[in-house]
Design a protein around this ligand. Sequence first.
Ligand SMILES: Nc1ncnc2c1ncn2[C@@H]1O[C@H](COP(=O)(O)OP(=O)(O)O)[C@@H](O)[C@H]1O
Ligand SMILES: CC(=O)N[C@@H](CCC(=O)OP(=O)(O)O)C(=O)O
Length: 307
Amino acid sequence: MSGPQTPARKHTALPKARILIEALPWLTRHQGKTVVVKFGGNAMIDEDLKAAFAQDVVFLHHAGLKPVVVHGGGPQISAQLDKQGLVSEFKAGLRVTTPEAMDVVRMVLAGQVQRELVGLLNQHGPLAVGLTGEDAHTITATKHQPLIDGVPVDIGRVGEVTRIDTGAVKALLEDGRIPVISSIARAEDDGHVYNVNADTAAAALAAALGAETLMVLTDVEGLYEDWPHSDEVISRLTATQLEKLLPDLSSGMVPKMEGCLFAVRNGVNTARVIDGRVPHSILLEIFTDEGIGTMVVPDDRSVTEGK
Ligand SMILES: Nc1ncnc2c1ncn2[C@@H]1O[C@H](COP(=O)(O)OP(=O)(O)O)[C@@H](O)[C@H]1O
Ligand SMILES: CC(=O)N[C@@H](CCC(=O)OP(=O)(O)O)C(=O)O
């Protein structure tokens, strides 16, 4: 017992308490809110990172948020196409998807990547349920023909999202589960399926669910101001500022930033691109004062307002 004469016992655990208490305002703010987390194939670098990702998502769940995972798997699809001797080609940042390639996309996303993430999440309890956009009409699409030099180009079975049915996802959230969604859509027009870019699918789901946050995990620190010439990350920008930058963006950043723009223009409070190579990047972004990566906010929120 420490009395007036005995100095208070030195608590070595005090810094831990400080870290936990730093999270308090963020815990209060995010309580009960839906957060759509997109895990890109390029961020799934190793087993430790995937396990840390699963821990973070489960942490969000136990902290009272409602995480929804949308996953990619571009490099994993390319590897499987290669193995089967099928060509892998991208146009306007999207995979040219022949009917044979579509089978591979579906097999890799729904049969491998999604199963692995569901397995990692469920090491922490009976939480994750995997589905694709085909299930319960969650994602419906029509054929997407991107404009290249102003001309519409046929890139096969690539879908443009036309409708989201949030019924199954909301039912899972209400049941205390973590939905894990592969970016494959049922076709509006012909009874088959479409390959949808996972950033686009995540943004469409975030908007339809009225999510508070869309968080996109990738293999760069955020949106670089002058990529590839500098690694200066833009930490915060409004929808209009982002819209002006869009024509100058290249490769994988295009669907990501278009998705962020779509999300904040359709009711999502913040859309963030963060570095999935940093272990526990989701927790750092949501629960600490620092915030990492790039955050896009709607125009009516000033660029200097707190995160
Ligand atoms: N302005 C930019 N800032 C950051 N990265 C950019 C930019 N423009 C293009 N990129 C490229 O986009 C890539 C991320 O997209 P992508 O490869 O599709 O990742 P993911 O698998 O996570 O969706 C980066 O690795 C980088 O090569
Ligand atoms: C149409 C289209 O390009 N679909 C993507 C779907 C997966 C994806 O988006 O994965 P990442 O997030 O890892 O890039 C593809 O086939 O690669």
